[in-house]
Design a protein around this ligand. Structure first.
Ligand code: TXA
Ligand code: MG
Length: 350
């Protein structure tokens, strides 16, 4: 575990980590979204190491990280003009583009497919590391497969201690949810995973953009190979409450009373404004942020889920934060954490 300044990383530390990447090793590093588990994307053996460390199934392809859009021809087989326009608008940043695969990218990265996922992360440590390594860096989120993505180095250590060579600790990540995955293979383009760049922001360039309905359970058909699993799952059983604010809180309160009467240890994932509604109840509260401050909620989301698990609760009731802006990505992650256990509250209950 090497400490590194998130704004001005020490070149000596970066060189050390880059050397590990170049020699086929695994380096966990911060991006603006979540921590990634990196390997040289052009080294099939190193990439296999990522899958082994995470216990990730080989059919789930990886995102290739570049330091500069100018390196895109190294990994993409074709670059549509729209890709350049999106890169101009959103890179470095939390947008991943699905493009035709270039011939130098090993099949391990793309899970045998003829498309490749690419992004340029907006984090000084990630950019310095990729530059110093001098190779594109394949990196999934640095968590055990199916578990909650890491937004701090301590989360990486908790999941993968002993399985990786170096962790660069650059503090907590700024965005907190993963990148938006946008396919430019289909026409019109489609969001395969909502994330740090909102649908509304993409629509300013693409016009309206469709969001592919991602299956939550492995029994449903999958549009993107890695999306067919329950993901972001804490140990506790999660239920997500959706609906108008005036209806969600009474419904959650009622559920809490039932659970407490049964002696169940309950955790709540709430907005700051909700806390008063649960005053005096013997539950574990995690506040993600104010309802309107979705950037705070996204940043805090995975840390809160991990904290509830550490508190040992058996059940987590989480509130929805709407579908506008980052709300869509937050809803997606909570729906997955809940394994599809979603309660749509329609009318205020008394
Ligand atoms: O913010 C992020 O995207 C973080 C940081 C580390 O960059 N990375 C991340 O990677 O979340 P991962 O592997 O946990 O999620 C990548 C997602 C998966 O759902 C995977 O199936 C999808 O991208 N993906 C990768 N390559 C793809 C491809 N060629 N076609 C469709 N989906 C793809
Ligand atoms: Mg992941």
């Amino acid at each position: 575990m090497l400490d590194v300044d998130p704004v001005a990383p020490d070149p000596a530390v970066i060189r050390r980590a880059a050397a590990v990447l170049r020699s086929g090793g695994l380096v966990a590093f911060p991006t603006e979204t979540v921590y990634g588990l990196g390997a040289n994307a052009l080294d099939a053996g190193a990439v296999r190491g990522i899958f082994a460390a995470k216990a990730r199934p080989a059919y789930d392809p990886l995102i290739v990280h570049l330091a500069d859009v100018a390196r895109l021809p190294d990994v993409a087989g074709a670059i549509p003009p729209l890709a350049c326009e999106l890169a101009e608008a959103f890179w470095p940043g939390p947008l991943t583009l699905i493009l035709p695969r270039g011939p130098r990218v090993p099949a391990e990265v793309t899970a045998g497919g003829d498309t490749v996922a690419v992004r340029v992360p907006a984090h000084p440590v990630a950019l310095a590391l990729i530059r110093a390594a001098g190779v594109p860096v394949a990196a999934p989120s640095a968590n055990r497969f199916g578990h909650i993505s890491p937004t701090r180095a301590a989360h990486v250590l908790a999941d993968l201690d002993g399985c990786i060579d170096v962790i660069l600790d650059g503090g907590a990540t700024r965005v907190g949810v993963e990148s938006t995955v946008l396919s430019l293979i289909t026409s019109p383009p489609a969001i395969l995973r909502p994330g740090g760049v909102s649908r509304e922001a993409l629509a300013r360039i693409l016009g309206d953009v469709c969001v592919v309905d991602r299956p939550v359970l492995s029994t449903e058909a999958a549009p993107s190979p890695g999306t067919l699993m329950q993901h972001y799952a804490p140990r506790a059983e999660v239920t997500l409450y959706r609906g108008p604010d005036e209806a969600i809180l009474p419904a959650m309160r009622e559920a809490v009373s039932h659970l407490l009467a049964q002696g169940t240890h309950v955790g709540l994932l709430l907005a700051e404004e909700d806390v008063a509604a649960f005053a005096g109840l013997a539950v574990v509260l995690e506040v993600a942020g104010r309802r309107a401050a979705l950037e705070d909620v996204a940043r805090q989301l995975f840390t809160s889920l991990r904290a509830l698990d550490r508190a040992g609760v058996a059940v987590i009731l989480a509130r929805d934060f709407g579908a506008a802006g980052l709300g869509l990505a937050i809803r997606d992650r909570l729906t997955r954490a809940a394994g599809g256990r979603v309660i749509n509250v329609t009318a205020p209950s008394r």
